[in-house]
Design a protein around this ligand. Structure first.
Ligand SMILES: C[S@@+](CC[C@H](N)C(=O)[O-])C[C@H]1O[C@@H](n2cnc3c(N)ncnc32)[C@H](O)[C@@H]1O
Length: 312
């Protein structure tokens, strides 16, 4: 499966887990509902014509809304990144001075193109906002960041998501509760909440109360749902699994990630998908073997995605 990668980045991005998640998605006639949208990578690879997508982070939602409305186009992104990239290249302190100018401009005006710039020029593709809601990730220290090939890569990503975002997709700045309450029997809800108990940033810190509320809402929904969470790592297990999620179906697999750029910082975690519908997948198998029916569905969605990309 070719995974479409979005133009914005964040530390919790699920790109590597997309094929696993999509292999579990059941056949439903309704909407893809994603209340913790993040970068959107899971939604963009869902192959759904109708979607309801929310996040408390207004910058993410505004960015995608502007693409949907044609206010941000691939051509515009190219010209913006080429000229901003040139200023960065020529700036004092190895580009740092211009990164600071864009950061300050964004913290005043919240322009979605500045948001894209910061997302792609920040350290390690991270996204974080301080307690005042200001961009809080330092410069990647690369004045040549927006070299021609990199700009083209980002422009292509904008093009891809512009093709996949349908007029019927609704983007909403909202907390997760209202989206889940709106779900109908024919919809599929995919939730990827922040880890509970870990303050991540201004828009993105889950509390134990949030997890309890999420459990309540997902237990009561008429829709089908899939929840991403972590199961255990080398040091501890996620106590929310026993507390809440073990009541549903659950499948796990190993996931390796880097914290920091160095190879020795490679860490492993066992990821879990919790779901409330029958699926013929071995439980706790650390690697899903989807049933043929699910593979067929996956093929259909991949075809749909390819069609949308070709139309443009
Ligand atoms: C783990 S990230 C989702 C990552 C996403 N699946 C991806 O691959 O990019 C969680 C997201 O939930 C958002 N968020 C945090 N608290 C929220 C809440 N109460 N309601 C809705 N969204 C929330 C954060 O802003 C963040 O974008």
């Amino acid at each position: 499966m070719r995974v479409i990668t979005p133009p914005i980045k964040s530390q919790g991005i699920k790109t590597k887990l997309v094929p696993w998640i999509q292999a579990l998605v059941p056949s439903v006639s309704g909407r893809w509902i994603e209340p913790f949208l993040g970068t959107g990578v899971v939604a963009f690879n869902s192959g759904f014509k109708r979607a309801l997508l929310g996040d408390t982070n207004p910058h993410i939602i505004n960015f995608y809304k502007q693409i949907q409305q044609g206010l941000i186009s691939p051509a515009q992104v190219r010209s913006f990144l080429e000229s901003e990239g040139e200023y960065l290249r020529q700036a004092d302190n190895d580009g740092y001075d211009y990164f600071t100018i864009v950061k300050q401009r964004f913290n005043r005006l919240y322009d979605p193109l500045d948001f894209l710039f910061l997302s792609r020029a920040g350290f390690n593709g991270m996204m974080r906002f301080n307690k005042k809601g200001e961009w809080n990730i330092p410069f990647c220290q690369k004045p040549e960041r927006f070299a021609r090939a990199y700009v083209t890569k980002i422009v292509n990503q904008v093009h891809d998501v512009a093709c996949l975002i349908q007029p019927e997709w609704e983007f909403r700045i909202s907390s997760f509760e209202s989206l889940i309450l709106e779900a109908d029997v024919d919809d599929i809800i995919y939730c990827d909440p922040p880890y509970s108990g870990r303050y991540v940033d201004y828009y993105n810190g889950g509390t134990d109360e949030d997890e309890a509320r999420l459990f309540e809402l997902l237990s009561a929904t008429k829709a089908k749902f899939i929840l991403s969470t972590w199961h255990h790592n080398d040091y501890r297990t996620n106590e929310m699994i026993d507390l809440y999620w073990n009541r549903f179906n659950l499948v796990t697999r190993d996931h390796f990630y880097h914290s920091g750029g160095k190879i020795e910082n490679r860490k492993s975690i066992v990821e879990a998908l919790v779901y409330n519908f029958p699926a013929n997948i071995r439980q706790h198998n650390h690697g899903v073997i989807p049933k043929p029916e699910q593979l067929v569905l996956l093929d259909e969605r991949a075809e749909y995605i390819a069609e949308q990309l070709c139309k443009a």
